[in-house]
Design a protein around this ligand. Structure first.
Ligand code: TRP
Length: 375
């Protein structure tokens, strides 16, 4: 028990992404930026960042090449944003076979009905028109995600709110495992982004979510010109036709982006006529402030944010083998940790026959067999 408490005191982060496309500024402001801050905070004993390729395959069965090609895109985006392979373990999910074993055993602890209630899985099934033909692997990915989290004894999982049902399900599995077998696993906690606008950055067209298929994303790898063009054509307030008209903030994407990105220092640098965002908003609502001026301000901020990321990405793009090397080293390191957990899991589940001399000794006695006395 003492051992267990000691482990709980060490905080460990695990989180990850499915490699199905390049990352965009919604990923950056909603999670990547924070991961970098957490990584650098010194508060966590370890940070594991997982490229969840096996999970991506659960709903991309026809598209393995897409997943394969996007591993490097995601890894480049991670490193460009400041995830530092010296400080964080970057790993590829499929390279940790222990995760499959854990998943298989956790399946005993979850009912079909419980999986069917998972709201994220439910809505994904609808979105993908899987209703009558749900792949079992897709249906059970929350269990595999529980393996991802528990294999590393993660205490803290920084995620978006769509992932809360996965964390909840993981906690249930941990609780059940620890009750039925032995207190081996750690109950994780979700760490949510507090800033509402950062949590759910809408697409540039004002639609609820940035998504590749809607073509409304600003990618971390976009050029400065692409970013400017996307910002200048962003959705604002359809009723704000003349500069003198009063403008509305509700659903106004440019202001939502400002809520997510801008600080008072940005005003000092780019728009010194206003002290802060409240003043700018008040002027917009009164009338007399044009969209173009606000968009230019936003463009300055986003360019300033993305430029160092883009430059770092370009540098690393010159050295792709080094990225694979980082991923290989991270996966190897992660595998050692997962193997340790798996071994504890197997002994708690009483399936560690060959390491258990006491089992063999006792059964030898029971059957009147000879038993070698080892030295
Ligand atoms: N489900 C996550 C997503 O779609 C990716 C993921 C896989 C993950 N395993 C994880 C996130 C473990 C946090 C912890 O983005």
């Amino acid at each position: 028990m003492e051992n267990q408490n000691k482990k709980q005191a060490d905080k460990i982060i695990l989180t990850g992404d499915r490699p199905t496309g390049r990352l965009h500024i919604g990923h950056y402001i909603g999670s990547l930026l924070r991961r970098v801050e957490l990584q650098n905070s010194g508060e966590y004993q370890k940070t594991f960042i997982m490229i969840a390729d096996a999970q991506a395959l659960t709903d991309n069965i026809e598209n393995p090449e897409k997943v394969r090609q996007n591993i490097i895109e995601v890894a480049l985006d991670y490193i460009a944003c400041g995830l530092d392979p010296e400080k964080s373990v970057l790993l590829i999910q499929s390279q940790i076979p222990e995760l499959c074993e854990l998943t298989f055993y956790y399946m005993d602890l979850v009912t079909v009905a419980r999986l069917q209630r998972n709201p994220t899985v439910k809505s994904e099934i609808q979105m993908r028109n899987f209703e009558s033909s749900i792949p079992v692997g897709f249906f059970t990915y929350p269990i595999s995600q529980a393996a991802d989290i528990t294999a590393f004894k993660a205490t803290t999982v920084p995620v978006g709110d769509d992932q809360l049902p996965m964390i909840e399900q993981t906690r249930e599995i941990v609780h059940k495992f620890n009750t039925v077998y032995a207190p081996v696993l750690v109950e994780p906690e979700a760490l949510l982004q507090e800033n509402e606008a950062r949590r759910r950055l809408p697409g540039t067209d004002g639609k609820a979510k940035m998504s590749k298929s809607l073509g409304n994303c600003i990618y971390l790898a976009d050029s400065a010109d692409q970013v400017r063009a996307k910002i200048m054509s962003m959705f604002t307030d359809p009723l704000h036709l003349q500069v003198s008209d009063p403008g509305h903030l509700e659903g106004n994407t440019v202001f939502t982006y400002l809520d997510a990105f801008c600080t008072e220092e940005h005003f000092g640098r780019y728009l010194p006529d206003y002290a802060n965002l409240d003043e700018l908003k008040a002027h917009y609502q009164r009338g007399g402030l044009g969209d173009v001026k606000v968009k230019k301000f936003l463009n300055n901020i986003v360019q300033e944010t993305l430029e160092p990321i883009r430059n770092r990405r370009k540098e690393w793009e010159k050295n792709i083998p080094a990225i694979y090397d980082i991923l290989k080293k991270g996966s190897d390191q992660a595998r050692e940790v997962a193997a340790r957990t798996l071994s504890e899991v197997k002994s708690a589940m009483r399936i560690n026959y060959f390491e258990d001399t006491e089992l063999i000794r006792a059964q030898s006695e029971k059957f009147g067999s000879s038993f070698p006395v080892s030295d």
